[in-house]
Write a protein that binds this ligand. Structure first.
Ligand code: ARG
Length: 585
């Protein structure tokens, strides 16, 4: 049960009783209190309503309070200042709610009443070169959103829209034909492909071009040769197609290894190559409907004065990223009938998605919500996009290895007695968890500075801190020789005699708010912020009051109930972020 929704429902009834038309407009103003001294929740709607009705807000607040029927849930509401309504939930009500969620594996988080089909396009790296740190955010944020939306009951379809057909394959094919080392290829094809890729890029640079992607580089002989290889591939040249078919499994195996390590699984991996056969027809269709036109032998869609036109077929006949994305939208809509398609992609592609969505709507796809879930960059200590010391992109795998190595040091220091294999497993969960959490804890739209020490801190808003709190609770149960299941069968409401216990109870009941906010705004940081508050509320209990040695049996059981619920809320919250817990740490 979502407390905020419950309170808003009550306010809606009160406003209706006062003949306020359209009460929902004001309900956003019922929210968690900013200062706990004034209560748990507050409603600031008397001020705008006072204005609307031409009456003093305090009077309006008093009228609302008179109509509010919250006796079972809250203490008598207080009107403060210019008309704030302060609400303090009743402790016995909180205790009863805790009892209600105790046996519930969803901990009170309801499924949505109107499940939707939602396609999530995320990770989607350009293959043929190793994944680097730039692929981290899309992969991690997309996975967290998929898990959260699915948990809420939506039908989520994840699709990894691989860049498996672009210019980088032209470069690889060129490199393969001219510079390959057959021995190295046999030993480690992925390494050899990386070497070829880097080498060809270097050659392009030496030949005078800064970038391998731009059309203007046509004057650059190597870039031009690579472009020709790409064009031949796209035209169905048997040799290049055969090379592409040989290279793809190497690329996929490499990706798969990292995904497995990150515990990320896709329902579909339909890369750009999958759509290639549809592109000519898409362009024809857009031309026929008058949405696209010829311009200098290219085919473009004009988008008004505010936006540059979108090219969907270049003068040389090549299709573009845009053409592929248009074909993809049509395919997804025809195959999955989704209500929404989410694209978890770097903010730098904003213009592309703006154009894409505009064209898709003109094309007739108006009933589907198309959303660019944009995010900022990962920065190094110098506040520039993070790079290796040599200036290259940090390979994702090296980054994960480093995280696990650092986590291992922590585990070794904390639990030297655990067997080697178990310590290695804990280090993997802690290291990977730290990387994911550090990313998800940011408001996704901002950049963030990558910082090893911060992300593995035992006492900050980190996965490590949450995993540690979880493991510590588990150890209480082990020490007391009590099984969590036994506590979950308790049938009397817990006691909440101290402010710390009451506060913890409140946070335990706010999990649904956090999960629903994260889903509604596509922002997993609602969940991390929640976990941080929860873990702090728990620590305040743990540090001030004995649990196993509580003064009497009832209180001991009550505190164990709070402990069990805390561990499960942390476990559930982390699982929605794709982060594992460990029983010992
Ligand atoms: N492969 C692209 C890149 O690495 C991202 C693709 C995102 N998805 C899409 N449907 N455009 O930049």
């Amino acid at each position: 049960m979502n407390i905020l929704h419950l309170l808003r429902d009550h306010f809606r009834q009160a406003l209706l009783a006062l003949n306020i038309a359209d009460p929902d407009k004001f309900l956003d103003l019922v929210k968690p209190a900013t200062d706990p001294r004034f209560g748990d929740y507050q409603a600031n709607l008397a001020m705008p309503l006072g204005k609307l009705l031409g009456r003093p807000p305090r009077e309006v607040a008093a009228d609302i309070v008179a109509k509010l029927d919250l006796d079972e849930v809250a203490e008598a509401p207080e009107v403060a200042g210019p008309g704030f309504i302060n609400l303090r939930l009743r402790s016995d009500w909180l205790a009863n709610q805790l009892l209600a969620i105790l046996p519930d594996e969803r901990l009170g988080v309801a499924k949505v009443g109107n499940p939707q089909t939602i396609v999530i396009d995320y990770s989607s790296p350009n293959v043929a070169k190793p994944m680097h740190v730039g692929h981290l955010r899309s992969t991690i944020i997309g996975d967290a959103l998929a898990r959260t939306l699915r948990f809420l009951g939506h039908c989520v379809i994840t699709d990894n829209h691989l860049g498996d057909w672009g210019t980088q394959f032209g470069m690889l094919i060129y490199g393969y034909k001219h510079y390959r080392d057959d021995e190295a290829l046999k030993r480690d094809p992925v390494r050899e492909m990386l070497r070829l890729y880097v080498l060809v890029r270097q050659k392009i640079k030496e030949a005078g071009g800064a970038s391998e992607d731009e059309e203007e580089e046509a004057a650059n002989p190597i870039a031009e040769a690579c472009r020709r290889e790409t064009a031949k591939l796209h035209a169905g040249d048997p040799e290049n197609l055969e090379l592409w078919r040989r290279m793809m499994p190497w690329c996929l195996a490499e990706l798969e290894r990292i995904y497995r390590r990150l515990d990320i699984h896709f329902d579909y991996t339909l890369g750009e190559s999958f759509y290639h056969p549809m592109l000519a027809e898409v362009v024809q269709d857009l031309l026929q409907r008058g949405i696209a036109t010829y311009s200098d032998d290219a085919v473009v869609v004009f988008l008004g004065d505010q936006q540059p036109p979108a090219i969907i077929r270049k003068r040389d006949g090549a299709f573009t990223y845009m053409t592929t994305d248009l074909a993809t939208i049509r395919y997804r809509i025809e195959k999955f009938h989704p209500q929404a398609i989410l694209y978890v992609v770097d903010f730098r592609q904003s213009l592309h998605f703006q154009q894409l969505f505009t064209i898709a709507r003109r094309w007739g796809y108006r009933d589907v919500r198309l959303e660019h879930i944009s995010f900022g960059s990962v920065l190094g200590a110098d506040r520039k996009p993070i790079k290796t010391r040599e200036g290259g992109a940090i390979e994702l795998e090296a980054l994960l290895d480093e995280a696990v190595r650092r986590a291992r040091a922590i585990v070794d220091a904390n639990s030297p007695d655990l067997p080697e294999a178990q310590r290695a497993e804990i280090a993997e969960a802690v290291g990977i968890g730290a990387v994911k959490y550090a990313d998800l804890a940011q408001n996704r739209t901002s950049d963030y500075v990558f910082n090893w020490d911060k992300m593995l801190a035992m006492d900050g808003n980190t996965a490590t801190y949450m995993q540690y709190a979880y493991a510590r609770i588990r150890s209480i149960f082990r020490k007391g020789e009590i099984s969590p299941e036994e506590i979950q069968r308790v049938r009397e409401s817990p006691q909440l005699p101290t402010p710390e216990e009451r506060n913890l109870a409140l946070w335990l009941l706010r999990l649904p708010e956090a999960v629903e906010n994260a889903a509604n705004e596509y922002k997993p940081n609602y969940i991390t912020s929640y976990l941080w508050e929860l873990a702090n509320a728990y620590n305040a209990v743990y540090q001030n009051y004995p649990i196993l040695r509580a003064p009497d049996e009832t209180l001991r059981r009550s505190r164990l109930v709070l402990c069990d619920l805390t561990a499960r809320a942390i476990g559930l919250g982390l699982s929605l972020l794709g982060i594992r817990t460990v029983e010992q740490m």
